[in-house]
Design a protein around this ligand. Sequence first.
Ligand code: PMP
Length: 428
Amino acid sequence: MTSDRAPGWLRDGWPHIWLPYTQMQTADLPQAAVSTEGTRIRLAGGRTLIDGMASWWTACHGYNHPHVIAAMTEQLQRMPHVMFGGLAHEPAFVLARRLAGLAPGNLNRVFFSDSGSVAVEVALKMALQYHYNRGESRRTKFIAFHHGYHGDTTGAMAITDPAEGMHRLFRDLLPQHLFIDIPRDPDGVEKLRALLSDEADTIAGIIVEPLVQGAGGMKFHDADVLRDIAGYARHFGALLIADEIFTGFGRTGSMFACDQARVVPDIMCVGKALTGGTIGLAATLATDEVYEAFLGAAETKALMHGPTYMANPLACAAANASLDLFEREDRLGQAKMLERLLADGLAPCRDLPGVEEVRAKGAIGVVEFRRKPDAPELRRQFLEEGVWIRPFGNIVYLTPALTATAEDVATLTGVIIKVLSARTAQPA
Ligand code: PMP
């Protein structure tokens, strides 16, 4: 949309808006979205886009699923919010029980928060205080992986890849942790083992995005890599934190990515698709062993965290409705079908110059380039073709709703092939 056709609210509000990760001096006016339905986003002016990314990987059932909307409408009218200190409500208690039932192993305790980053902050504090409560107060460092991403708050940023998390810029703010490559081969495994062995009594935990490192470049690793990480964490007494904020709720083809490796982390973070893409909610789950370290007579042993909108009833009602849909409809089957459609649909990109790799896992399809393409230009071309796809770094990727149809995927992958072919046909 050009600015002369932009609605009044967009032009009037623009001088007051500060966008995420954006150089505002050169930023284009964003697209004005006015409504959503299924896999479609309608823009002011009447154009409709096919959505290739489910709004930062949240809208797993597509937008405006009637079951989720009905549950939220009912909850909104009855009780949108009450504080979680001293007051209990059914949506949160039901949701906690259901999440504990779905999560692997004995991840039986659920601490709610309002965003993924905060769920990660809670996980870090939980791990640190777990060791502290057990008399191991020297265990204050985390091992994290290159290309990992865990959020934008200070604690989460400190365990995000140093380049992605802009550690240089925030050097004086960030605690120092230990970074290592995902151990994909025996050499990598030995490096992880050696690091743990050298630092054994100072490591509180290892944090990993299981099977897929999302915002750090949609990089995949195998289930046995995750099993190795889990095995060494256990051996050296470090807690394993699985950040399933992106991978959870079917995105990789199983309910949680950890399920594919039969790994039970000590702490697990979920968010994003938890509410079916409607409203912010996240949770940090802990095993019985972790939880029990917080019990005792001393108040100071209690977990020291409590966000104002913790366990917001409206968000919990949305999450319960979203879980109903996972029970009633074959979302995991759909994710597996999407893996085949995305792999087949994107395969022709392998033959395009500059393409390093094409890969798919669950409902994630990725085209990786050897060098960074001109992302803003690609975004503009995708928009012209009527699809909502946002390349970043050196990848173009698709993470559609798990309910996306074969036709939707064919259109999305077809546009990617068309746009990338035209780009590479141009003189360098
Ligand atoms: N962890 C992972 C793996 C994520 O992908 C994200 C968000 N992209 C976060 C944490 C942070 O979540 P939020 O943006 O809700 O704070």
